[in-house]
Design a protein around this ligand. Structure first.
Ligand code: C5P
Length: 239
């Protein structure tokens, strides 16, 4: 895979205009654009098609979590949007993950398109060990062990990979093998602002630890020259 294909630019903006301006400039330099609940709920599904038309692929970061039938149906309709990746919460359980994978593959076959990669979100990185125990009720288990357990469970259900913090990449890679995709946020080149990210990893470190894709937002979008920032990250990855 080429270095630039590993970069997924987070389109954390409210409007179609802001998003498409970034896509126009950066589509030749990144692997995909992440459309999350902010942009999707502001612009609707048409934004995916518009990004595709400008030559960008889309990671639809909507983190589905519902009963299996509902999530499978959501998977079916987003396959029609022609996205590159989408995600679900592993906490939705095995049956939910199995059904959505099956439905997405069936729909892609019907449409004779490539099925989008399916990713699982394990434990959100905003959740602490204490919250896991007190609020979610998971007792006597280390957070990191739960992350690896859910990653394995996702793999067994046919899910293509996980979204994970850089801290967990190596444990997931060891447990789930070389083909399982790992997408990681919390990336900051040495030269960029940390913003609100606390435990950060450089693009080079994330790659060395075994990440396949990195979600990067502000280090590119808030740079004085976003294209230059992207090119700088690409050349760091190539080193
Ligand atoms: O601007 P920045 O590079 O911090 O953007 C990172 C993107 O990755 C944001 O869309 C953020 O919501 C997402 N993300 C994250 N940390 C996680 C999970 C997702 O920063 N643990």
């Amino acid at each position: 895979m080429q270095a630039q294909e590993r970069i997924i630019l987070a389109l954390d903006v409210d409007s179609r205009e802001q998003a498409l301006a970034l896509v126009k400039d950066l589509a030749p330099h990144v692997g995909a654009f992440k459309v999350g609940m902010q942009l999707f709920n502001s612009c609707g599904p048409k934004i995916v098609e518009e990004i595709n038309q400008l030559g960008g692929r889309v990671f639809l970061d909507l983190k589905f979590h519902d009963i299996p039938n509902t999530v499978a149906a959501a998977g079916r309709v987003i396959t029609r949007l022609n996205c590159f990746m989408f995600n679900v919460h592993a906490a939705g359980g095995r049956e939910m993950m199995r059904q959505v994978v099956e439905e997405v593959e069936d729909e892609a076959k019907k449409l004779t398109v490539a099925a989008p990669l399916s990713l699982a979100v394990t434990v959100l990185t905003s959740i602490s060990q204490e919250q896991l125990e007190e609020e979610i009720g998971v007792k006597g288990r280390k957070l990191k062990d739960l992350v690896v357990k859910w990653a394995l469970m996702a793999k067994e259900c046919g899910i293509s990979g996980v979204v994970s913090s850089p801290q967990e990449i190596e444990a997931i890679r060891a447990a789930c093998g070389p083909e399982f995709k790992i997408v990681t946020p919390g990336i900051r080149p040495a030269w960029s602002e940390k913003n609100d990210q606390k435990r950060i990893t450089t693009p080079g470190q994330a790659l060395q630890m075994g990440a396949d894709f990195m979600v990067i937002g502000r280090p590119i979008t808030q740079a004085e020259n976003p294209v230059e920032a992207a090119l700088r990250i690409i050349s760091e990855l190539e080193e």
